[in-house]
Write a protein that binds this ligand. Sequence first.
Ligand code: NAD
Ligand code: DAU
Length: 332
Amino acid sequence: MAHLLVTGGAGFVGSGFVRHVLENTDHMVSVLDKLTYASSLASLRDLPSKRFRFVRGDVTDAALVDVLFAKVDAVVHFAAESHNDNGLNDPSPFVTTNLVGTFSLLEAARRHDTRFHHVSTDEVFGDLDLNDTARFTEDSPMRPSSPYSSTKAGSDLLVKAWVRSFGLRATVSNSSNNYGPFQHVEKFIPRQITNLIAGRRPRLFGRGQNIRDWIHVDDHSAAILAILERGTIGQSYLVGAEMELSNQAVVELILGLMGRSTDDYDYVDDRPGHDLRYANDTTRLRTELGWRPRFVDFEAGIVSTIDWYRRNEQWWADVKDRVEARYAAQGR
Ligand code: NAD
Ligand code: DAU
């Protein structure tokens, strides 16, 4: 049995990974999370107490990080400021957490010779044209567009440099857009579902033509575990399920599944610098590690996600009005 430290484990993807590891392995899991606005301890409820512990703290706190690294076999680093619209309002915490936080963890990993997996995003590669057929590969140049993606790109580069310069045993994954339960209602799919539950209309930025490449969060977790266990040190792996859809198509699907007319949405101001299209070529992950997505039916995945938000209103209702007030102030 191994002991994993999961940073950002009270967030959307991190908590999904914690549940995935506890259900599919006999590893022990410790979570380090600052509990920012994006977190929820309720996402970590009912986990086996003998194999799970939670530490509230900041990844930039070098002393705390050092103590925790001394006790674990491997670290999976999710903690980040993750929302593009927030980074456009105030980039400062993105620089601190995504860059300085990753640096602090890398230095601890170096001191303790800890196996380190860095969870990153396809957004580090910038965007693709809407009518292009190309996809990102691990060799695509980094061309980040936003405060969020540029700080994630910087953190990826730090990891690569620590591998080369210090022999750190690290891997990187760059995933496409995740969906599923426990995602904050500021993000696209939960925002539209909870808008409809709360009697609001879905909101499409710009003309709704931007394309995202969707993967269920549990498939992302399985990919990370495979990379952690069998990945080649120093490599990046793109993660995605080949599910490219325009935002408009996703909103129409949600409206139809929730019993509403498929044109019952509003166009709102576009996001400044809005990336057009993401699409990941996941050949390396599939051929080298044998990973395959389990959630290949996107509509079925959205049905169960809608069902989760309907059944778990107490998980999101408290923050919904605040999120909508913040969007309203941005014209979105
Ligand atoms: P999230 O915003 O839902 O969760 C982030 C978590 O990190 C929160 O629990 C928060 O409290 C914690 N955190 C933030 N700053 C911290 C700090 N300084 N110290 C300790 N904890 C801190 O984010 P998410 O969507 O779950 O994304 C998690 C990771 O996965 C990020 O690194 C993100 O770049 C990456 N990722 C996400 C997606 C996606 O679609 N959500 C896709 C690709 C990659
Ligand atoms: O590609 C991976 C990235 O996916 C992750 O690294 C990020 O952490 C994650 O937030 C996500 O980034 P996006 O910016 O693509 O996700 P978001 O959910 O904010 O928006 C998805 C798309 O939907 C994007 O084109 C903007 C659009 N959108 C978003 C919202 C909230 C709307 O049209 N309306 C909305 O109300």
